[in-house]
Design a protein around this ligand. Structure first.
Ligand code: ZN
Length: 65
């Protein structure tokens, strides 16, 4: 839904990296190189970014006020 602020496994803050990661990969950049340039080394954090699907905008359409 929303990228977690910290990695679930190791606790490294990754939430602030999402926007840059999403912008670069949407333009066709290689995901490995983007993750390397952001300094995300451990595979738990890398998997968090790689597997994330941003669904907050879709879910918000069905929110009742
Ligand atoms: Zn991690």
């Amino acid at each position: 839904m929303i990228i977690p602020i910290r990695c679930f496994s190791c606790g490294k803050p990754v939430g602030h990296l999402w926007e840059e990661y999403a912008e670069k990969t949407s333009k066709g950049a290689d995901k490995k190189k983007v993750l390397d340039s952001l300094g995300v080394e451990r595979y738990c954090c890398r998997g968090l970014l790689l597997g994330h699907v941003e669904l907050i905008d879709l879910a918000a359409e069905f929110k009742k006020f």
